[in-house]
Design a protein around this ligand. Structure first.
Ligand SMILES: Cc1cc2ncn([C@H]3O[C@H](COP(=O)(O)O)[C@@H](O)[C@H]3O)c2cc1C
Ligand SMILES: O=C(O)c1cccnc1
Length: 354
């Protein structure tokens, strides 16, 4: 069963965090002059339990799946693109693959389930749990065993040896599923949760709103009386998707393993919201990379009280925005580790005070 989901998340080390803060004050710069980079170094010190943290290994895992709700005309692209992009991740041509290569991160690609089975391809972990999720306007998106399998598949991709975990996603129609999950978790209207995804026109946006409204009308009664993990799991099962559930499972597992997570865009943030509803301790291990241009992301970020690092107008998903933000984390940790202290460099300090 899903018992593992509720196990406690790892503890943060306050002593290492304080030591990192003390070190920042000794570096040859006015106190606080590196702004948020200083906080990032302190965060990683707390996560890694050492005053001088390092990013030794960054794992990026793209979870892919198809969505039955794509039949409602909610995407600007055909469903076959999911499988085609899986191949593009594996051969290294997709944005996240290019960025991961350049950013010295390890990329894995997991297919949870596409409508058409994939041809055998190197570099893809092809789980094919189901031919995608079902159209949630008609039936629950996932069966309970499928939800469980998807959560476990996400958990299985987390390696405690990683210094950072980045989850990405690919799945035509998944901004609609993610918006439905967001609306279900927060009890907000579909209008507040939707955006244009791959670039739907006004008619497409109306179809998204209608599909989500139909999903909430059909399934909302199944979770409205629930709270906490029960509610989050019910929402994921009724209107979510395989890769969204896998991401939620991965995020909970990362927090349990003591691996910090750099969250990407709209879909991954909704998965993070579900993960935190399932196991609130997960929140302590999440860092938010960027604010996606997808309307609805702001709502999810606000619910998590998250202040993302970047706002670049990106709306791609795949984990791409997180891998872009990775270079900021590397900058934060390298200055923290390698800058000279006032004593080392013989520079007069300001005599204390911040
Ligand atoms: C070529 C291509 C590459 C992508 N990479 C990520 N997405 C993104 O777009 C999809 C969600 O948008 P919607 O809900 O409108 O279908 C997801 O697969 C997401 O990761 C892509 C979409 C396309 C077309
Ligand atoms: O922000 C995202 O994750 C996103 C936005 C649009 C399309 N796909 C993903």
């Amino acid at each position: 069963m899903n018992d593992w989901l509720l196990r406690p998340t790892a503890a943060i080390d306050p002593t290492a965090r304080a030591a990192a803060r003390a070190r920042q004050r000794q570096l040859t710069k006015p106190p606080g002059a590196l702004g948020r980079l200083e906080i990032l170094a302190e965060d990683f010190a707390g996560w890694q339990g050492r005053a001088v943290p390092r990013l030794e290994r960054v794992d990026v895992c793209v979870f892919a799946a198809d969505h039955g709700v794509a039949a409602r005309g909610v995407s600007a692209f055909p469903q076959a693109v999911t499988g085609q992009m899986i191949a593009n991740f594996a051969t290294g041509g997709a944005a996240v693959a290019v960025l991961a290569r350049a950013g010295d991160a390890r990329l894995t690609v997991v297919n949870l389930g596409t409508v058409e089975p994939l041809p055998a391809a190197a570099g893809v972990l092809d789980l094919q749990l189901a031919p995608g999720s079902a159209d949630f306007t008609l039936t629950p998106a996932l069966t309970p065993p499928l939800l469980e399998a998807a959560l476990a598949a996400g958990r299985a991709r987390v390696d405690a040896a990683a210094s950072l975990f980045i989850g990405g996603e690919m799945g035509i129609g998944n901004t609609t599923s993610a918006a439905a999950v967001l609306a279900g978790l927060l009890d907000v209207a579909p209008e507040a949760a939707i955006g244009r995804g791959t670039g739907v026109d006004d008619a497409g946006l109306a179809r998204k709103r209608e599909a989500i409204a139909a999903g909430l009308a059909r399934h909302g009664g199944d979770w409205r009386a629930l709270a906490g993990p029960e509610r989050a799991l019910a929402v994921l099962q009724r209107v979510g998707g395989l890769e969204i559930a896998a991401l939620a499972g991965a995020f909970v597992a990362a927090a349990q393993a003591g691996v910090p997570v750099l969250v990407d865009g709209f879909i991954t943030t909704v998965a993070a919201l579900a993960a935190c509803a399932i196991n609130p301790g997960t929140r302590d291990w999440l860092l938010f990379a960027h604010r996606s241009a997808e309307a609805g992301h702001g709502r999810a970020l606000a619910a998590l009280e998250a202040e993302p690092l970047l706002d670049l107008g990106m709306r791609l998903g795949e984990g791409s925005g997180a891998v872009v933000a990775l270079s900021l984390l590397r900058s934060a940790l390298v200055v923290h580790a390698d800058m000279a202290t006032f004593a080392d460099a013989g520079v007069a300090d300001g005599g204390g005070g911040e």
